[in-house]
Each structure stands twice: as structure tokens, then as C-alpha cells.
Design a protein around this ligand. Structure first.
Ligand code: NAD
Ligand code: MG
Length: 392
């Protein structure tokens, strides 16, 4: 029986993970559930899954959660705060961790799970982008295993020999990430003036949290995924390409030197990747509808438009610059996206804030977590300053 910690249990990925877990009560148990502030949603999940431990990220919510679980007669222990998340990820209560917190807030617990040798189901791509070299070292030290949950990286994992990097030895020429193109695919820059948050989060193929939905609309999501692919599979920036595929059926492809191209296909439903990660190397039912190729009829592929969707180019720039550049890119993006969702920043200014923040920041080689936390904080302040100067 796998004992699973779901960090980000009340989110979109967390909900999909719990759906798969609930389908296989003989194989998987949700032993730890964690969320940020949503006391009622987390309590409802505790009533359903009876975990040993519930962690609430915001300490101000601890008493409310404890009272709510007590009133429901549950024996679930309650802890709170960022440190409690780290402890839970590394604790004996779980052998598997679903890292599904959004943003830099998930970094420390993701690293802790890797260091503790857990099976790490990694959805929290921001953690890889910020701290790729540290995550690699933590995985090596912990001796656990990483199963990518981002659908593209899960596809690549499935198409690579042993899911591994060292691409030259494996005869791999290129990793090809597919991108849906988001809700504004095909539009030009001048057609993106005045875009509202509600328009930006209305993704055509996937139901996701608001932050990643905006990232999909700017194509920063694909940029973060290029960086994620670099760190997960040890692929050079030039060996990672992006192709727009509006149907989101081909989740990504691996091109080999002999001309073979392997792809993983499926309906756009994150439960496939989560079931794969939970059961690997076996396969279990995920509740996902079978793919009906005849109903689909055709699959299309197009080149991305880097002049309109500048975030993708900025991500390649940060990847090539190396060191702390991806962490700076990520922090500036988180700040700009939050401001956009708040109605404080125009859609097109997201890329400008990120570029200005990268321009204004001196880069360093990545050393440790404390340095990256500081890098993240400083870049957030810089991004705020850039926003005030130019847009507010
Ligand atoms: P979401 O906004 O739906 O959920 C985020 C979860 O994180 C919530 O449970 C929230 O309570 C928790 N959280 C946020 N801040 C926290 C904090 N400070 N402490 C503790 N918990 C905190 O987001 P999502 O769409 O589920 O995405 C989660 C992660 O998975 C992101 O990194 C995203 O990029 C990645 N991802 C998501 C999808 C998808 O289909 N949704 C696909 C691929 C990758
Ligand atoms: Mg993805």
C-alpha cells in the first residue's frame, strides 16, 4: 500500500490525484493532505480520506482547521506553516509525495521529499525551474525516484529509455514539447490589448488553477516547461523544441537519431499522468475516457509565434544564461501574473516586467536553498519596482 502525501490537495492537480487514489483503495492511501488557507475544502477532504495528518500552510488557519476536524470527530493531526509542510514531505507518514503546490511556495517541500528519498510525483514545475541543480542533488542524495506529472514531461518520460536523460548515449536527437497555444493562439500583439483575467484563464483544453492558466495564455507555461525538461532530462537548450498542437492530444515527442519519433497520446486529463506516477512501473485505471482517434479526425501542428508570445523567448534566454536566471524569471512571472489577475497589470506587460527584472538582476551560480530564497525575494521586489515605474 502506497502512503501518499498530497501537497496542494485542494487544487486542480491535488483533486485529480485524490480521484485516482480513491479508485484504488487497495493500492493507495492519502496519508497526508496539505493546502494553503482553504480550511473548509481541506476539512471536507479529511472527512472523505481520513489522513493521518493535515497541514495548513497559513498558521492563521490552524485553529479553525483543528476545531473543524475535532467537531467532525476525526483523529487527523493538524500542523501549520511552511516548516510543517517540509516536515510532512520528509516524514515516515508517507512514501510518496505529490508536489502540487503552485509556485515558489512548493520549493522547500519538494526538495525535502527528494532528499528524504520519497517517490516524488512532481507537478510543481516552478520548483524545478528555480532550483534544478539542487533538486538533482537532492534526488541523488535521497535515492528516491522522480515521476514527472506535467503532461509533457510525463510523456517524455514514457518515450525515453528508462525515462532518463543522457540523451546522446540514448540516441536521442531532440525533445519536442507540445503546446496548446492557449486561449489566444493565432492572435497578434495588437489583438491582446485589453485582455481580461477571465479571458486569460479560459483555457480551451485543460481545467487548471488560475496561475498556470495565465501562464498558458502567455506561453510562459511552455517556457517554464522547456527549463523543466532541461533539468529533468539533462537536455541542452538547443535540443528542446516547442511545437503548437491545438488539440492537446499528443503530449510530447522524443526524436531519435535513427529517424524514429516516439510520442505519447491521450485525452487532456491529468489523471493519466498521476495514475502513471502512482502505479509506475505498473499501470492502473485513471478514469480517463479512451482516446477516440476517428472522432478526432486530425491532429495539427504549428510553429509558435515568439513575437506575440514573448515569454517563451524570455524563458530560453534565462535557461541559456543559467545560474539564478531561471529563479529570477520565475519570481518576476509570479509577481506579474498575480498583478494581472488582480487587475493591476495589462496582459502584455507581463513579459515586459519579466524582461526588465532579468535586465536589472546580477546572476550567480546556484549554491543552496537559502541563496535561492533570497534571489526569489529580491527578484520579487525588483519586479514590483518595475511595475510601479512603468504601469501603475
Ligand atoms: P491550483 O491553484 O489549483 O492549486 C494550488 C494548490 O496549492 C492549492 O491546494 C493551494 O491550497 C496550494 N497552495 C498554494 N500556496 C500554498 C502555500 N503557500 N502553502 C501550502 N499550499 C499552498 O494549482 P494547480 O493548477 O493544481 O497547479 C499546481 C501545480 O501543478 C503548479 O505548479 C502547476 O504549474 C502544476 N501543473 C498543473 C497542471 C494542471 O493541469 N492544473 C498541469 C501541469 C502542472
Ligand atoms: Mg504541462
Amino acid at each position: 500500500m502506497r502512503q501518499v502525501a498530497v501537497l496542494g490537495a485542494t487544487g486542480s492537480i491535488g483533486g485529480s490525484a485524490l480521484d485516482v487514489i480513491a479508485r484504488h483503495p487497495q493500492r493507495f492511501r492519502a496519508s497526508v493532505l496539505a493546502a494553503h488557507r482553504s480550511v473548509e475544502a481541506l476539512a471536507a477532504l479529511c472527512e472523505r480520506f481520513h489522513p493521518d495528518l493535515a497541514v495548513i500552510g497559513d498558521p492563521a488557519c490552524e485553529e479553525a482547521l483543528r476545531a473543524r476536524l475535532g467537531a467532525a470527530g476525526l483523529a487527523t493531526r493538524v500542523t501549520a506553516g511552511a516548516e510543517a509542510l517540509v516536515e510532512a514531505a520528509a516524514s515516515d507518514r508517507c512514501d510518496t509525495v505529490v508536489a502540487a503546490i503552485v509556485g515558489a511556495a512548493g520549493l522547500a517541500s519538494t526538495l525535502a521529499a527528494a532528499r528524504a528519498g520519497k517517490r516524488l510525483l512532481l507537478a510543481n514545475k516552478e520548483a524545478v525551474v528555480m532550483a534544478g541543480p539542487l533538486l538533482r542533488a537532492a534526488l541523488q542524495a535521497g535515492g528516491g525516484e522522480l515521476l514527472p506529472i506535467d503532461s509533457e514531461h510525463n510523456a517524455l518520460f514514457q518515450c525515453l529509455p528508462n525515462g532518463r536523460g543522457d540523451l546522446s548515449g540514448a540516441g536521442v536527437r531532440r525533445l519536442i514539447l507540445t503546446a496548446s497555444g492557449g486561449p489566444f493562439r493565432g492572435r497578434r500583439r495588437d489583438e491582446l490589448v485589453g485582455i481580461t483575467p477571465e479571458q486569460a484563464v479560459a483555457h480551451p483544453n485543460w481545467r487548471m488553477g488560475r496561475k498556470i492558466s495565465v501562464d498558458s495564455a502567455t506561453l510562459m507555461n511552455k517556457g517554464l516547461e522547456v527549463i523543466e525538461a532541461h533539468f529533468l532530462f539533462d537536455a541542452a537548450p538547443d535540443a528542446i523544441d516547442v511545437v503548437v498542437h491545438p488539440q492537446s492530444i499528443v503530449h510530447s515527442l522524443v526524436e531519435y537519431t535513427d529517424g524514429s519519433v516516439l510520442a505519447q497520446l491521450g485525452n487532456p486529463d491529468m489523471r493519466t499522468a498521476l495514475a502513471y506516477g502512482l502505479a509506475w512501473p505498473e499501470r492502473v485505471a485513471a478514469g480517463v475516457a479512451p482516446l477516440d482517434l476517428l472522432a478526432l479526425g486530425r491532429l495539427e501542428f504549428q510553429a509558435p509565434d515568439p513575437d506575440t508570445f514573448r515569454c517563451l523567448a524570455l524563458a530560453y534566454r534565462a535557461l541559456r544564461a543559467g545560474g539564478t536566471a531561471p529563479a529570477v524569471l520565475n519570481a518576476a512571472n509570479e509577481v506579474a501574473v498575480a498583478a494581472f489577475l488582480d487587475g493591476q497589470l495589462p496582459f502584455l506587460a507581463i513579459a515586459e516586467v519579466i524582461e526588465a527584472t532579468l535586465d536589472a538582476t546580477a546572476l550567480e551560480p546556484v549554491r543552496d536553498l537559502a541563496q535561492l530564497v533570497q534571489t526569489d525575494l529580491t527578484a520579487r521586489h525588483t519586479a514590483q519596482r518595475m511595475m510601479r515605474r512603468s504601469f501603475c
